[in-house]
Design a protein around this ligand. Structure first.
Ligand code: PLP
Length: 499
């Protein structure tokens, strides 16, 4: 497929604009362009074909099964898009006076109330724009709290699990805390002995995902909470996996003091490719004074923004947060109503169904009932047939599936982390299992098929490091002045290799 610049022909246009009949604005010479911008020049049909063709080379939840563990790629109901587009929401200016934005403020207030109920905690801020920003905000709250009670200097360490998502250690470091890691025991829980040895008067808190990134609910969570609370420390719940437990168990009841909720993973959003997301944080009473401002509050029948919070850590995002994400999440939750737990029950059921059907063909490092996702290992395939988790993932693409998360969590060699979500029907799950079983057979009979995969996708194996570290995101006019003939073809071949 040719790049859009390679299709460009001077003088072609996709549209014509009417003559500009306002007086020309005098732009200072030093701010003026010396030459017109180098934009691609195409007629509209070719332009439409180009982008339509590109869209067919992408993979999304709307084109197929997307079992990307830890990312919770669930269906985004279309009715929620209609709601987001209601003029009262869509056209609202972020600087609108409060009395002209009562509906939006009420929606945010109601969402806060629901999230408090789901988390089993007392106060909420919707501001953080993603789980990772919720983590940073939560750690800033911890710091503000300990400074307020005179223990700011003393408490300098945060403990995380060795299964933690990469954003956990990153947030700990960004917020200026030292990081201490605790091991995982043979059943996939936090190793309580290792934990006891590491918690002391310097510990500010624990940061934990429960269920963990292994898809397992920690069997000692109350004991773990007691260890931290006895040491005067706080517990932070990374709510990325809340989709497993909504309406069933609550982080606040488990003993957690601060929770972030990845709205885009629990209450649907068209996420992926970096956004949009929402990472509200919910906290216990004693942490409420430190929450970001403005707080959305209710005053009788009115809703307003409260800036008067002297102990607040301040703002963590513009205005009141990603409002469109709030509308979709609120609509998703209201569609379930009091039956919200069914969402989590079906997510857990779907994951256990897949696990039961796949467990004999792949290694299962922690043999327990899973929550909403589970981790298999391609360790035996590698040992016996030289086939890696990467090979399995690439071969799945030939079967028309988005690969699961691989090589994470780090404690499982050749990890394949599979999360079906609750919005997949049994037929879809069965078809995925058939593909996984066929791939396990191929690994034994013709491993080269897997080494070469994918063979049916627009691109073969990329040099992924180069593609990530040296992504080419602008057209190199100087390097590729001749776009036609052999030079153009050679360039396309290079692009397919990720160069
Ligand atoms: C366990 C866990 N924690 C934190 C995050 C970070 O969330 P976000 O991508 O919204 O920043 C993720 C994201 O995948 C996750 O899986």
């Amino acid at each position: 497929m040719k790049l859009i610049y390679e299709q460009s022909k001077p003088g072609r246009r996709a549209s014509t604009l009417p003559q500009y009949d306002l007086p020309a604005v005098e732009v200072p010479t030093e701010l003026r362009r010396a030459a017109p911008p180098r934009l691609p020049e195409l007629a509209e049909p070719e332009l439409v074909r180009h982008f339509t063709e590109l869209s067919t080379r992408n993979f999304g939840i709307d084109t197929g099964f997307y079992p990307l563990g830890s990312c919770t790629m669930k269906h985004n109901p279309r009715v929620n898009e209609r709601l987001v587009m209601l003029p009262g929401f869509k056209d609202l200016h972020p600087c609108q006076e409060e009395d002209g934005a009562q509906g939006a403020l009420e929606l945010m207030w109601r969402l806060q109330e629901i999230l408090q109920e789901v988390a089993g905690l007392h106060a909420c801020s919707l501001q953080p724009a993603a789980g990772s920003q919720g983590e940073l905000t939560g750690l800033m709250l911890m710091r503000a709290y300990f400074e307020d009670i005179g223990e700011g200097e003393q408490r300098d360490t945060i403990i995380t699990a060795d299964t933690a998502h990469g954003t956990n250690p990153a947030s700990v470091t960004m917020s200026g805390y030292k990081l201490e890691k605790v091991a995982t025991d043979a059943r996939g829980n936090l190793d309580v002995d290792d934990l006891r040895a590491k918690v002391n008067e310097r510990t500010a808190g624990l940061m934990l995902t429960n269920p963990s990134t292994l898809g397992l609910f920690d069997e000692h969570i109350e004991e773990v909470a007691a260890i931290f609370h006895d040491a005067g420390s706080l517990l932070y719940y990374d709510g990325a996996n809340l989709n497993a437990v909504c309406g069933i168990s609550r982080p606040g009841d488990m003993g957690f003091d601060i929770v972030h909720i990845n709205l885009h993973k629990t209450f649907s959003q068209p996420h992926g490719g970096g956004g949009p997301g929402g990472g509200p944080i919910v906290v216990r009473e004693k942490l409420e004074p430190f929450l970001p401002v403005p707080a959305v509050v209710r005053d009788g029948d009115e809703f307003r923004l409260d800036h008067d919070r002297p102990k607040s850590i301040g703002k963590v995002r513009g205005f009141t947060g990603p409002f469109g994400v709030f509308v979709r999440s609120y609509a998703y939750i209201r569609a379930y109503g009091p039956a919200l737990r069914e969402m989590s029950e079906v997510a857990v059921l779907n994951a256990n169904y897949l696990l039961a059907r796949l467990r004999d063909a792949y290694d299962l490092p922690y043999d327990r009932l899973c929550m909403h996702e589970f981790v298999l290992s391609a360790r035996a395939l590698k040992r016996e047939h030289g086939v890696s988790a990467l090979d399995v993932a690439k071969r799945l693409m030939d079967y028309g599936y988005h690969p699961p998360t691989i090589y994470f969590p780090l404690v499982v060699p050749e990890a394949l982390m599979i999360e079906p979500t609750e919005t997949e029907p049994k037929e879809r799950l069965d078809a995925f299992v058939d593909a996984m079983l066929a791939i396990a057979r191929e690994a034994a009979e013709s491993p080269e098929l897997l080494h070469d995969a994918p063979t049916t996708r627009p691109v073969r194996r990329l040099d992924e490091v180069k593609a990530a570290k040296r992504a080419v995101v602008k057209y190199g006019f100087e390097e590729h002045p001749d776009l036609s003939g052999e030079a153009g073809e050679a360039r396309q071949l290079e692009a397919q290799k990720g160069a």
